[in-house]
Design a protein around this ligand. Structure first.
Ligand SMILES: NC(=O)c1ccc[n+]([C@@H]2O[C@H](COP(=O)([O-])OP(=O)(O)OC[C@H]3O[C@@H](n4cnc5c(N)ncnc54)[C@H](OP(=O)(O)O)[C@@H]3O)[C@@H](O)[C@H]2O)c1
Length: 301
């Protein structure tokens, strides 16, 4: 597996990481613990050195799973975790609160700075932060990486976040790089999601939106056929082709899909391919917001 450096930091990780959320949270029932551990260890065997988790996934159980799975390889891998949501374990849905006031950001950056000085944390990252927040935090404690949603059908970070990261030499970690599964071609208007699946709450995943959004899949399928590969790999290769300091973290609970996704690192999209994709994509309007309005308002942008 090729490696990439996250921005100008010396933090080098596999070109494709593994998002571990879906093993415990968000996409229906959690997988059996041993199955989760096996999948994470299979990723290590295949050269993955970058694993993403968060306190809120579970809550807490995903961090424990990732920690247990990676304990034997701790000196060889990088674990990214996140905090910041108020977690009420009794709440059925967790309407959480965020606080993006500058003084709060300086508190958080200052607290992480202390943890780095104590050797408990290696690097500082932010998730879903806007350009202003990134600059503010970076001034207190240099930010190594920012994680935000970015994929073939959600390109918002291109407006302000990616130019800011390039200027400051910060790496970028796109989450939901497979469009929460849609960009693999395995989801259509008839797909039934478990009631606990987060996608049931997303405007972009209503059956009507999924039907319209097949236009995105038609485009990815065309390129995949020409390149003799799969749309999932094209979706990831397209991200990898944007900048050398970007490392996507596709999530899966299945070994054969993990292998498929890791294969994206070997796909090369030429400047001609990219231009063609760009021109075809500009004809497509994706239907449905990525998040319901109340959640989008909580995002740090
Ligand atoms: N910072 C944040 O706010 C935030 C938010 C969301 C996610 N994340 C992180 O980003 C990671 C990835 O995001 P995500 O899980 O939302 O979305 P994703 O990686 O775009 O898609 C994951 C979904 O796609 C399916 N899938 C994966 N590979 C596939 C393949 N080759 N063919 C067909 N289906 C495939 C998975 O199902 P199976 O399991 O059945 O394969 C799963 O339902 C998460 O694990 C988490 O660590 C961060």
């Amino acid at each position: 597996m090729q490696k990439r450096k996250l921005g100008k930091s010396n933090l080098e990780v596999s070109a494709v990481g593994l998002g571990c959320m879906g093993l415990s949270f968000g996409h229906g029932p959690a997988v059996d613990k041993q199955q989760g551990i096996s999948l994470i260890r299979a990723a290590v065997e295949r050269g993955v050195t970058f694993f993403d988790t968060a306190e809120v996934y579970g809550p807490f159980t995903n961090e424990e799973l990732v920690g247990e799975a990676l304990a034997p390889f701790r000196d060889r891998v990088v674990i990214a975790t996140k905090f910041g949501w108020k977690i009420d374990p009794r709440a059925e849905r967790r309407p959480a609160a965020l606080d993006s006031r500058p003084e709060h950001i300086e508190d958080v950056a200052g607290a992480v700075k202390d943890l780095i000085q104590q050797g408990k944390v290696r690097h500082f990252g932010l998730s879903e932060a806007g350009a202003k927040t990134i600059r503010c935090a970076h001034a207190v404690q240099p930010v190594t990486a920012v994680q935000s949603e970015y994929s073939f059908w959600y390109r918002n970070p291109e407006k302000e976040v990616l130019p800011t990261l390039e200027e400051l030499g910060i790496g970028f970690v796109p989450f939901s790089p497979l469009g929460r599964g849609f960009l693999t071609g395995k989801i259509n208007e008839n797909t039934a999601f478990d009631s606990s699946d987060f996608r049931t709450q997303l405007p972009r995943f209503t059956p009507e939106a999924r039907k319209v959004n097949q236009a995105v899949m038609d485009l990815l399928n065309n390129i995949a056929q020409r390149k003799k590969t799969t749309p999932a790999r094209i979706a990831l290769a397209w991200i990898l082709a944007q900048k050398p300091w970007i490392v996507p973290i596709p999530g899966t609970t299945k070994l054969h899909r993990l292998e498929e996704n890791l294969g994206a690192a070997d796909i090369r999209l030429t400047p001609d391919d990219l231009r063609e994709v760009e021109s075809a994509a500009s004809e497509i309007t994706v239907q449905g917001a990525r998040y319901p309005q109340h959640m989008e308002q909580m995002s740090g942008r």
